[in-house]
Design a protein around this ligand. Sequence first.
Ligand SMILES: Cc1cc2nc3c(=O)[nH]c(=O)nc-3n(C[C@H](O)[C@H](O)[C@H](O)COP(=O)(O)O)c2cc1C
Length: 214
Amino acid sequence: MLSVAEAIQQRRSIRSFKSDPVSEEMILQMLEAARLAPSASNQQPWRFVVVTDSEEKRGLRQICFDQAFIEEAPVVFAACIDRSAYSREAYRRRYQEFIDTGVELSGRFTDPEIQRIIDSIPEPDPRSVVAPATANTYIATEHLVLMATALGLGSCWVGAIMDQGAIKALLGLPENIIVVALVAVGYPKSVPPPRPRLSLEEILLRPLPQTGAT
Ligand SMILES: Cc1cc2nc3c(=O)[nH]c(=O)nc-3n(C[C@H](O)[C@H](O)[C@H](O)COP(=O)(O)O)c2cc1C
């Protein structure tokens, strides 16, 4: 298996797959990588659907701008957010876990009154949780993608979901779930060269400080 650094360097978006199936063991390894991702307040809003059925993959292709590789990939993960992960009750539970497992918190989070403070926060508007839930779910999804690379698999993110209602109906998902991306996974037919990136200078907003370390 590749190291994290190797997987980061070698990952490419792969849009053409061999027909060889992906083993259940590998699927579980990718899901495990997603499960272990960090998230704000440990809310873990991600949920996944694993799609291998040809009819379902054809439906996903249609909903996602007719991108053929979605149907061609032996396995497609639908990365979803669960809006109920952001209920006050869920937040309270996550915080209690921090206390019960002795997680070292900092600042105002160490306040013994924190549970009371949490209780005083209004129940969040379901619309306001979509952006943070998506950000956190994208972190877990990239874990899954890097594990795919580490296992010798190719993958491609798909954010181009045309119709949320249609994709939820296709996958039989309830009201509180939103599909935020797909990841098509399989053995690559070929691995292309790296795609262009901005230079270090372009992404650094000010010069690198001296760290003092040698
Ligand atoms: C959130 C997200 C959504 C994406 N959606 C699509 C997509 O719908 N179709 C596609 O072919 N590639 C999609 N991509 C892949 C990007 O086009 C690709 O990562 C980028 O061009 C850089 O190429 P590389 O991944 O090979 O380094 C998406 C990537 C991300 C992170």
